[in-house]
Design a protein around this ligand. Structure first.
Ligand code: DAK
Length: 264
C-alpha cells in the first residue's frame, strides 16, 4: 500500500488497481467539515485521472467511526449563504463519488451518522463492521438531511422505513442495517478492510470498462421508467463492443484460457 496523497484530513492510498480514501479526523469522529469535503474533491480528481485505478474503497480512520456526520461545530454558526455553499460542496462531492466511472465500496467500521450515512449511501456497495451504527439525526438538530439522505435512503430501504428513520432519528445497528438493505454485508471489525479488499479484488478481476458501464446502466436506469431503462441498458451493452476487453473476455472463454483484460 502506497500513500499517494496525504492532505490534512484525507489520505489517499493506492495498491495495484485499488485506491483507498481514508477520512482522517479521528478526534472529531471523522466529521465532515468544509476542508475535508474540499480535500475529498481533490482526491476524487486524482482517482478519476488515474486509469490504473479500477476500484475505490472509502473508509474512516480508527475503529470508532466511519463519519459521524457533517461537522456540527462548523455548521452551527453558518449564515444561510454559507450553509447553501456547504450543502452544494457536499452534494457535489457525494454525487461525484456516485457517478465516478469506477465502483466505490464504503467500509464502515463504526458510526455512520447524518452526512456519514449519506456518504456511505453515495457509494455503490456498503460493508459494515458488527460495530457499525447508522442514523439520520438531522431532525433532532433542527435541520433536514442535506447530503442526499432524503433521496438515497428511501431508494435503498423504501419510503416507509426511510421516513421512520428520518423522523425518529433512530440509530440502527449493523444487523438491522443488513436486514433493511442499508448495507450489503456485516463482518467482524478486525476483518473489515480485508473483506472490502477481497470484494474489490473480485471486481478488479473483471473487465473495468464493462464494470463502469454496469454502474452507469444501474445508476441511470433506476431513475427512469422501464421502457427507457432497457434502452439505457442496451446503449451501455452496445458500448462494450467498442472495447478490446469484450473480445478478450469472450475469446478467452472459447479458448478455455484465463482472460487478460487491458482496460481498453
Ligand atoms: N461534528 C463535529 N464534531 C463531532 C461530531 C460531528 N458530527 N460527532 C462527534 N464529534 C466530536 C465530539 O464533539 C467530540 O469532540 P471533543 O468533545 O472530544 O472535542 C468527539 O467527536 C468525540 O465525540 P463524543 O465525545 O460525542 O463521543 P461519544 O462516544 O460520547 O458519542 C456519537 C459518539 C457519535 C454518538 C456522538 O459524538 C454524536 O452523537 N455525534 C453527533 C452525530 C450527529 O448528530 N451527526 C449528524 C450531524 S448533522 C445539509 C448538509 C448536510 C447536512 C445537513 C444539511 N444542507 C445542505 C441542507 C448534514 C448534517 C449532519 O450530518
Amino acid at each position: 500500500m502506497q500513500v499517494d496523497v496525504e492532505l490534512k484530513n484525507v489520505i489517499l492510498e493506492t495498491e495495484g488497481n485499488l485506491a483507498t480514501i481514508i477520512i482522517n479526523r479521528p478526534k472529531a469522529l471523522n466529521a465532515l467539515n468544509s476542508d475535508t469535503l474540499r480535500e475529498l474533491d481533490i482526491v476524487i480528481d486524482s482517482i478519476e485521472n488515474n486509469s490504473e485505478i479500477y476500484c475505490v474503497i472509502v473508509t474512516g480512520a480508527g475503529q470508532k467511526a466511519f463519519v459521524a456526520g457533517a461537522d456540527i461545530a462548523e455548521m452551527k454558526d453558518l449564515n444561510s449563504t454559507e450553509a447553501e455553499e456547504f450543502g452544494l460542496l457536499g452534494n457535489k462531492v457525494f454525487r461525484r463519488l456516485e457517478t465516478l466511472e469506477k465502483p466505490v465500496i464504503a467500509a464502515i467500521p463504526g458510526f455512520a451518522l447524518g452526512g456519514g450515512c449519506e456518504l456511505a449511501m453515495a457509494c455503490d456497495i456498503r460493508i459494515a463492521s458488527e460495530k457499525a451504527r447508522f442514523a439520520q439525526p438531522e431532525a433532532g438538530l433542527g435541520i433536514t438531511p442535506g447530503f442526499g439522505g432524503t433521496q438515497r435512503l428511501p431508494r435503498l430501504v423504501g419510503a416507509g422505513k426511510a421516513k421512520e428513520l428520518i423522523y425518529t432519528c433512530a440509530m440502527v445497528n449493523a444487523e438491522e442495517a443488513l436486514r433493511i438493505g442499508l448495507v450489503n454485508k456485516v463482518v467482524p471489525v478486525e476483518s473489515l478492510m480485508d473483506e472490502a479488499k477481497k470484494m474489490a479484488s473480485s471486481i478488479i478481476a473483471n473487465a473495468p470498462i464493462a464494470v463502469k458501464l454496469c454502474k452507469d446502466a444501474i445508476n441511470r436506469g433506476t431513475q427512469v421508467d422501464m421502457d427507457l431503462a432497457i434502452k439505457v441498458e442496451a446503449e451501455d451493452f452496445g458500448k462494450c463492443f467498442d472495447s478490446e476487453d469484450q473480445l478478450e473476455g469472450m475469446t478467452a472463454f472459447l479458448e478455455k484460457r484465463s482472460k487478460n483484460f487491458q482496460n481498453r
